[in-house]
Design a protein around this ligand. Structure first.
Ligand code: 4AD
Length: 459
């Protein structure tokens, strides 16, 4: 090591000036001298040469160091995640050899910018590719797990999915708004409210932006938002988070059927966009090689679903272990089994009013049920919840009473019915659930940068 410290690298001034390159830039010609910044993703030290797979967040590059370049102190303590800048000539990989994008960098000079530990603290001792990414120790090390190819691919796809929603809504002429996260009203029931002290008043983290979207359609037409929603879920399931990204929209002057058609059209547009973009299609293929655009959604009435569950051999039972009856909440396990057996997207609609939120419009023919819909996807189950909204003033006041909530804090929401009410409806889609479906993730936890669920609020 002492000898190694004596070796000082110097850039050869006679070489052509290096062009700075991001690793997704594939247009650079072979023979060009380039300069690339990144971190050591993989390291292979051989007698003749040191091989580095460099990662810069845009792509990967194989780099080869030879001669004195491999003998410096820095080189001897190279470790995964060491950050550096490499200079050298870009070359085509030799016949028969394989490297990312079929190229390799023949390094002539480098500088280490940030060393990484190679001892017990080495990243390879902190996170293991073999471990479940949602195990406690892996979740504690989420900041390091994110440096792995898989976690990074999910995060990249997530961005493309979000952009695809934004583009689709623009095509459909929806206006994007940004409702508040700090609120004093509940939407989806008191049991999952996060309460906090707001300058001495009780306030909540929003469960859904729906009520606010309903107040924006009168002047903006159809609207949408992509915001955080918060649920103090007490259950630790594969698909429940305490903080999630909620894609929500509200449509004015529509009927229930219009709502269903819109949701199917939107999801179809988003999938098309992901598949049409070369980069996102490649990431999707990496994560879920067998993904195919789903066919038309199956429409299934809640009451037919109850029959369907009971007709299976053996019957799919409810959480008490009994056959399902009208009025039962179809629990997560039963819902997922049904979706997996049917194996295509399902519009499950017409839920009993007693199971659903206070604001839902009742069916004109059958007042026991609501004009409500869930979209169920194979592998995940429910990814969308939506409905037509109660548009009658008196009926809404009754609904508050039945729910046991005071109408006072909802005065602005009630006014939607007072000042020119309209038949309208909307829905919310959990972005993490959508991603879990598309990217074939076992849980929504790996679809978040830093998942939040009961018992976890770090890192
Ligand atoms: O069915 P939900 O509760 O519906 C609403 O919040 C409506 N107010 C939305 C609206 O009409 N604007 O939630 C909608 C979707 C679910 O289908 C699910 O995808 C997701 O939000 N979701 C969750 N995702 C992760 N973790 C949780 N705890 C979730 N709760 C709901």
């Amino acid at each position: 090591l002492e000898d190694a410290k004596k070796i000082v690298l110097k850039e050869d001034e006679s070489l052509p000036a290096a062009v700075r390159l991001k690793l997704n830039n594939k247009s650079v010609e072979f023979g060009t001298r380039v300069k690339v910044y990144g971190r050591i993703h993989r390291l292979r030290v051989q007698k003749q040469a040191t091989f580095i797979t460099l990662r810069d967040g845009y792509g990967f590059l194989q780099a080869i160091l030879t001669g004195d370049l491999t003998k410096t102190y820095d080189a001897l303590v190279f470790a995964q995640e060491t950050s550096l800048v490499l200079y050298g000539e870009m070359k085509k990989v030799p016949e028969g050899a394989e490297a990312p994008d079929g190229r390799e960098l023949h390094v002539d000079y480098y500088k280490v910018l940030g060393a990484a530990p190679s001892d017990l603290d080495a990243i390879t001792n902190k996170v293991s590719r073999e471990q479940d990414p949602w195990e406690a120790s892996m979740l504690d090390s989420r900041h390091l797990v994110l440096r792995g190819e898989n976690a990074a691919a999910v995060m990249k796809l997530r961005q493309y999915v979000e952009l695809a929603f934004i583009d689709s809504y623009r095509e459909l002429d929806f206006t994007k708004v940004s409702p508040p996260a700090m609120v004093q009203t509940q939407v989806e029931g008191g049991s999952t409210l996060f309460k906090y002290d707001y300058y001495g008043e009780e306030a909540y983290l929003t469960q859904s932006s729906q009520l606010y979207l309903e107040t924006a359609i009168q002047s903006l037409g159809n609207v949408y938002c992509i915001e955080k929603s918060f649920r103090a879920e007490r259950s630790l399931t594969r698909r429940h988070l305490s903080e999630y990204t909620h894609v929500e929209a509200e449509l004015d002057f529509i009927e229930f059927e219009d709502l269903l058609e819109h949701i199917e059209d939107l999801i179809s547009k988003v999938v098309d966009k992901i598949l049409a973009n070369e980069t996102s299609a490649a990431i999707l293929k990496q994560l879920n090689p067998t993904f195919e655009k789903p066919g038309p959604f199956l429409r299934m009435k809640y009451s037919d679903a109850i029959d369907w569950l009971n007709k299976q051999d053996p019957p799919i039972l409810n959480e008490e272990g009994d056959p399902h009856v009208f009025g039962d909440d179809i629990a997560e396990a039963a819902e997922r089994r049904m979706t997996d057996i049917i194996n295509r997207p399902i519009f499950l609609y017409g839920f009993p009013a007693d199971l659903k939120a206070f604001y839902m419009q009742k069916d004109k023919e059958d007042r026991r049920i609501t004009e409500s819909v869930d979209v169920l996807m194979p592998g995940v189950g429910e990814i969308v919840g939506g409905s037509m909204r109660m548009d009658n003033h008196e009926e809404l006041l009754e609904a508050y009473k039945k729910e046991g909530i005071s109408a006072d804090p909802y005065y602005w929401y009630t006014d939607v019915r007072k000042y020119g009410s309209s038949p309208h409806g909307g829905y919310g889609l959990g972005l993490e659930r959508f991603l879990a479906w598309m990217a074939n993730q076992h849980t929504v936890r790996t679809a978040c940068l830093y998942p939040r669920f009961m018992g976890r609020c770090k890192p």
